[in-house]
Design a protein around this ligand. Structure first.
Ligand code: GLA
Length: 389
């Protein structure tokens, strides 16, 4: 047991006067390629990161849930399980609303949720595109199920967590974040088919590392730009006569968009999604072939489209990518997550890491007065039990 878990248990005992009986953890994720494709039924290529949300808990005899967060403060939040948990107000969204949303969704599913005392700790940076909210949702569902002596398949936990975020929190996200957190495999990235929810694992090529760099620029939790991009994709699919952009090829898009007279902007959005689906499958083939340089090139192309066609990058992300790309040993770099701020992900040769990390930090600091952070991460396992002894 490490120090974070020890601190969590200590906080639990001092709040509730007894030891927790169970513990769970759920990781954040970094998406290597395949951005804004999940809600188009397309492909993503994420892996879980070595940062997570941990929850320790103890079942209660009544229907009350009590929960505290070590980092977010605000004391104990208390509510009863059932179908009438008040919906979160988007303007005042708090961490506890994600917990409430998950309990509500489980109750809606007809699962008899018992009361429990919970304590939460997390080290996934918030609002940075590394899925801190998905980690919280997936960990909450695991903890509440476990306290109720119930279990569900990991894929089902992911879809319930997504539903909590869509319906309760009001963020119309796809399945990428929750499925990554719930189902990741240690040491592997995974090709995610967002139509079938099938995952194909693959190792990263030897001699390279995944480096995440945080711009320090935060995007709002419920981003209207995100929901707007999603609507544009849906409008594009409708005009092209398909249910999702997954079913369109670049060639087909060109012909069909001329006929359907799709406006220029919608067409650019569609072009990114269609090309990104192809790049993501090609990137998976690169992993299978151990071809890191070609994988890196696909990452670069992905960033260029997200900047020029999908328009979800910002100065800070573009600068961080350009700095990373100019350094020795960097094979490819792009924004990761929804965009508009948050993190970049780069593929860097291991022998260059000792110079890469300080050079990215210094380069970014010379341009922006924001708290930059750089993490080198291996692929972590998906959600599961936390050992308490
Ligand atoms: C956010 C959403 C995901 C996905 C990405 C963009 O992380 O939660 O569902 O759409 O943005 O790829």
């Amino acid at each position: 047991m490490d120090q974070r878990t020890r601190n969590l248990i200590k906080a639990f005992i001092s709040a509730y006067g007894d030891r927790p009986t169970l513990g769970v953890r759920a990781p954040g994720r970094v998406n290597l390629i395949g951005e804004h494709t999940d809600y188009n039924d397309g492909f993503c290529l994420p892996m879980a990161i070595e940062r997570d949300v941990r929850i320790v808990a103890r079942p209660r005899k009544d229907a009350t849930i009590r929960v505290l967060s070590l980092e977010q403060g605000g004391g104990l939040v208390e509510f009863d399980t059932g179908l009438n948990i008040p919906k979160a107000s988007i303007a005042e969204l708090r961490w506890a609303d994600y917990v409430k949303g998950c309990v509500q969704v489980l109750c809606e599913e007809g699962i008899r949720v018992r009361g429990a005392d919970l304590a939460i700790t997390g080290d996934v940076p918030l609002g940075s595109g590394l899925s801190s909210s998905a980690a919280l949702e997936v960990a909450t569902i695991h903890a509440v199920l476990s306290a109720s002596r119930k279990a569900l398949p990991a894929e089902r936990i992911a879809t319930l967590a997504q539903r909590a975020e869509n319906r309760y929190v009001g963020n119309n996200c796809g399945i990428l974040d929750q499925l990554s957190s719930a189902c990741a495999t240690k040491g592997k990235a995974m090709l995610m088919d967002c139509r079938t929810l099938k995952l194909l694992p693959a190792s990263l090529p030897k001699g390279v590392s995944v480096v995440i760099a945080d711009t320090g620029k935060r995007r709002g939790l419920v981003d209207s730009e995100y929901n707007q991009r999603r609507q544009q994709c849906e409008a594009g699919a409708k005009a092209l006569g398909v249910s999702h952009l997954r079913d369109v090829t670049l060639h087909g898009l060109w012909h069909a968009s001329v006929k359907a007279r799709i406006d220029q902007q919608t067409r650019r959005r569609c072009e990114h999604v269609v090309a990104e689906n192809g790049r993501t499958q090609a990137a998976f083939a690169c992993l299978q072939a151990g071809d890191a340089p070609s994988f890196g090139q696909l990452m670069d192309q992905s960033h260029a489209d997200l900047r020029d066609k999908f328009e979800v990058t910002c100065r800070e992300l573009d600068d961080l990518v350009a700095i990373s790309r100019s350094l020795p040993g960097c094979l490819g770099s792009r924004m990761t997550g929804a965009g508009f701020g948050g993190c970049t992900v780069s593929l860097v040769q291991d022998h260059c890491l000792p110079t890469f990390v300080p050079a990215v930090t210094a380069g970014y600091r010379s341009l922006h007065d924001l708290p930059v952070a750089v993490y080198v991460t291996r692929a972590a396992p998906g959600a599961g039990r936390l050992v308490l002894r």
